[in-house]
Design a protein around this ligand. Structure first.
Ligand SMILES: Nc1ncnc2c1ncn2[C@@H]1O[C@H](COP(=O)(O)OP(=O)(O)OP(=O)(O)O)[C@@H](O)[C@H]1O
Length: 449
């Protein structure tokens, strides 16, 4: 097998968080927390996840626009080692994280970035041709005419014309600017491109054109690409393999078709089910990804996705409807955080009493269940008894007792165990307790039987 162009191992970027009157360090936001992947020549790897998962931080850390906290980024592109500008005899590192200024400059010839917003990446006072040609000048091409010829050719290859060389950024639409950004990324003949949400700021019709251009250019130039997007349908269109990222970690990695046809991580499953369909009434698998990505300075314990996972594991003692189990845990977490507006619920109850609908004593506990979409009676008597005690404690304004009841009774292995990576095939991995025969209590129970 050919060597990867780029190998990322255990990449971390932890931001120091400051706070308090003295602006002291109060912890870390683990934006990227141990990410590993390879990208092979001519391949496009997609990095997908919701906003705040850490995708852009992976990109900026791996090209060292930001200094990574830990990990290595081995770059083998552009016959890197043999064309080094270093003349000394010491063995040379190809780890980007250890590059000095000179190596970094050479590396950046071979590894280019395209960003989401093409408008902000051009100097409004410079012609677009001049902006692209400047890259050649910085990297030592003194011949002005040669620079111009190369740039004019590239402008044509990205679907513009040679005459556009002398025009200014404001004369172009968003899609055209993204074409110019692509020309600028290509002008130094790179091996590797990081495209960070390159089409998400564009209109739908333009999006398709730019994606198609990216695919053509990638083939023509035999480029390797890290393609970042929050949009699963865009990822499906352009990527050979996909890495799914959640809260600083890769939770699933595999061939694009495998990921879409046989997702193994519930987060991947949820992202796929959220892809809009032409008819919004069809193809909904009933998976609703509620809430947002948690704060990386205070991540959940165990599996970081457990607070939102529709497949969050029930211990053996329960056999509740899975949706009800999810809602019970949501209820528990909200009570624990003190995030419930009892006064509003009481007002609702009073309004209902005015209409003579409900008796006063049970009304508030019933209203609490309604608020959290919980059944008025759970099938399991033990679970029901705990829930009833907790709602009664809440009705007495005793948050502490309610929280204690719920946290002692309703627990999940997903919050206790950090899932290990499991291989489903040579090219497909995921990190979920449900897939881990050794770690999953459900599998352990089946094995023991
Ligand atoms: N300089 C910083 N200091 C502290 N936290 C940061 C910093 N930059 C990013 N973060 C945090 O790191 C996390 C990951 O951010 P990042 O921009 O990489 O996510 P993303 O998946 O690319 O999302 P988006 O698509 O919205 O940019 C977020 O919680 C963000 O708030």
């Amino acid at each position: 097998m050919t060597d990867p162009i780029i190998s990322v191992r255990n990449l971390k970027k932890h931001y120091k968080m400051k706070g308090g009157a003295l602006n002291r360090s109060v912890g870390f936001a683990k934006a990227v927390d141990g990410v590993s992947f390879d990208i092979y020549p001519g391949e496009t790897l997609g990095l997908v996840g919701e906003s705040g998962c850490g995708k852009s931080t992976v990109a900026t850390s791996l090209v060292r626009l930001e200094e990574p906290t830990d990990g290595s980024v081995i770059f083998n592109g552009g016959e890197w080692a043999s064309t080094s500008s270093h003349s000394d005899t010491e063995p040379r590192s190809n780890d980007v994280t250890t590059f000095d200024k000179r190596d970094l400059k050479r590396f950046r010839r071979g590894a280019q970035m395209i960003f989401q917003d093409p408008s902000s990446s051009f100097d409004p006072r410079m012609t677009v041709g001049g902006s692209v040609a400047e890259m050649l000048l910085v990297h030592g091409m003194d011949d002005k005419q040669r620079r111009r010829a190369i740039v004019e050719d590239l402008l044509e290859r990205v679907g513009l014309s040679a005459e556009d060389y002398d025009r200014y950024p404001h004369e172009f639409s968003g899609g055209q600017k993204q074409r110019i950004a692509l020309a600028r990324a290509l002008v130094l003949n790179p091996d590797f491109i990081v495209a960070d949400e390159p089409v998400s700021a564009l209109d739908v019709s333009i999006k398709a054109e730019i994606l198609s251009l990216l695919k053509d250019i990638q083939e023509e130039f035999n480029l390797s690409m890290l393609f970042i997007s929050h949009d699963m349908s865009v990822i499906r269109e352009v990527c050979d393999r996909v890495a799914v990222m959640y809260l600083g970690e890769i939770v699933e990695l595999g061939q694009t078709e495998t990921i879409f046809n046989n997702p193994k991580h519930p987060y991947t499953e949820a992202l796929i089910s959220a892809i809009p369909t032409p008819d919004p009434r069809t193809s909904q698998k009933g998976i609703k990804l509620e809430g947002t990505v948690p704060d990386p300075s205070n991540p959940p314990s165990g599996c970081k996705f457990h607070t939102r996972c529709h497949r969050v594991i029930q211990p053996d003692r329960w056999d509740l409807d899975q949706q009800v189990w999810r809602r019970l845990l949501n209820f528990r977490d909200r009570i624990q955080a003190g995030a419930i507006e009892l006064d509003t619920l009481r007002e609702n109850v009073t309004r209902q009493e005015d209409k003579g609908a409900v008796s006063a004593d049970d009304a508030i506990t019933s209203e609490i269940r309604k608020e959290f979409n919980l059944p008025q009676k759970l099938d399991d008597p033990d679970a029901e008894s705990t829930l009833a005690e907790a709602t009664e404690a809440l009705a007495d304004d005793d948050f502490e007792r309610a929280a204690q009841q719920l946290t002692e009774t309703f627990t999940t292995p997903c919050e206790e165990t950090d899932p290990a990576e499991v291989s489903h095939s040579d090219t497909h991995t995921s990190a979920c307790l449900l897939n881990d025969e050794e770690q999953s209590p459900m599998n352990a129970a089946t094995t023991n039987d």
